[in-house]
Design a protein around this ligand. Structure first.
Ligand SMILES: Nc1ncnc2c1ncn2[C@@H]1O[C@H](COP(=O)(O)OP(=O)(O)OP(=O)(O)O)[C@@H](O)[C@H]1O
Ligand SMILES: [Mg+2]
Length: 338
């Protein structure tokens, strides 16, 4: 891993129009970067905007505001041939379920050759060779090229999903819950494969997951999202040992025994009716008056550590490794986080 940046977003905003003429801000001023060869883990509750951020980065959605940079170029407004050349060839997505992203009527070999055909890479014979080599690389027998998706197991299908993402030799893979629908043993194989590929090919990953154990295992850095905003970014080990944002502290504490958990009060607010000031304040155990009026900017509190909180560290439980420490705040009633 180097310090060279492969991709970044700056002040990224995505608004969706929703019924009733209202606006839902799914992504609210997100700035992040991913280094070459780095895995950035992206975590946060359901609806916090992780997939929308991913879709913006890979330009499947157009941002309402902000800038997206990839391999040194501004890709925010690219269209047509430039978008295909600069983004579609160099950035790829792996989805939660390869069953839904693969065409059930297309043989595996054809599905893998398709990105090459679309981008007019090579002739039919060289494409077949590339497909066979890629199948071997991801641990699939090349004879599977003639099979249909339903003839494969879930883990094999996800290997096809990964192979398809790699066909055009990308530098950045966006993996959105890539192992969520797999059995635990198969999950580990797929994660190992992703890590091997990263080592061999120098890939960068944006890895979206609800599984904090997985993030801890494979991410170099972690970004925590809540209601469209990134509330904390940091080196994985340090963030888990000492989360500084109260929301990150509650997430990390969920991995501990019940006695040491910090449970945020109340329900997650509606994204069309988000709290003023700090978006987490309606559930934050340490919120004060200022949190309702002033939006806390994402600021560097230590080298490489960014936190969007007026009182960073005040709810740090000492992290998942410090079971001896009691949480800073008393356990709250009404555990509603599911
Ligand atoms: N096309 C759309 N139109 C309207 N609202 C949308 C659209 N896509 C996403 N949203 C809303 O934007 C918010 C963020 O959604 P998103 O799918 O990015 O969350 P997420 O963090 O990926 O959640 P999950 O963990 O459940 O996958 C949600 O409130 C969602 O309902
Ligand atoms: Mg999602």
């Amino acid at each position: 891993m180097t310090n060279e940046k492969v991709a970044g977003v700056d002040g990224l905003v995505k608004d969706f129009r929703v019924p009733g003429g209202r606006t839902l801000r799914a992504v609210d001023g997100v700035s992040l970067s991913i280094g070459r060869g780095e895995t950035l883990g992206l975590v946060g509750e359901s609806g916090s905007g992780k997939s929308t951020l991913a879709r913006l980065m890979i330009r499947l959605e157009r941002p309402t505001a902000g800038r997206i940079e990839f391999e040194g170029a501004d890709i925010t407004g690219l269209r047509g041939a430039a978008l295909r050349r600069r983004v579609r060839r160099r950035m790829a997505m792996v989805f939660q379920s390869a069953s839904t992203s693969l065409n059930p009527y297309q043989r595996i070999g054809d599905a893998l050759a398709e990105p090459l055909r679309t981008h007019r890479a090579g002739d039919a014979a060289s494409r077949r060779t590339s497909v066979a080599a890629m199948m071997e690389r991801v641990g699939l027998d090349p004879s599977f090229a003639g099979r249909y998706p339903h003839e494969l197991s879930g883990g094999q299908r996800q290997r096809v999903g990964i192979a398809r993402a790699l066909m055009l030799d990308p530098s950045l893979i966006i993996a959105d819950e890539p192992t969520a629908s797999l059995d635990v043993s198969v999950q580990a194989q797929v994660v190992n494969l992703l890590q091997d590929l990263q080592g061999d090919l120098g890939l960068s990953y944006l890895f979206i997951t609800h599984d904090l154990g997985l993030v801890r295992h494979l991410a170099h850095r972690v970004a925590v999202m809540y209601l469209g905003r990134v509330v904390e970014v940091g080196d994985t080990a340090r963030l888990f040992a000492e989360p500084l944002h109260p929301y990150a502290a509650t997430l990390v504490s969920m991995r501990r025994d019940a006695e040491h958990r910090i449970v945020p009060s109340g329900d997650i607010p509606s994204p069309v009716d988000r709290p003023s000031g700090c978006v987490f304040r309606s559930r934050c155990p340490i919120a004060r008056d200022r949190c309702a009026t002033d939006v806390p900017p994402l600021q560097e509190t230590a080298p490489g550590r960014l936190v969007a909180c007026h009182y960073p560290g005040d709810l740090s439980p000492g992290g998942a490794d410090a079971h001896a420490h009691a949480p800073a705040a008393p356990p709250l009633a009404a555990p509603t986080l599911t």
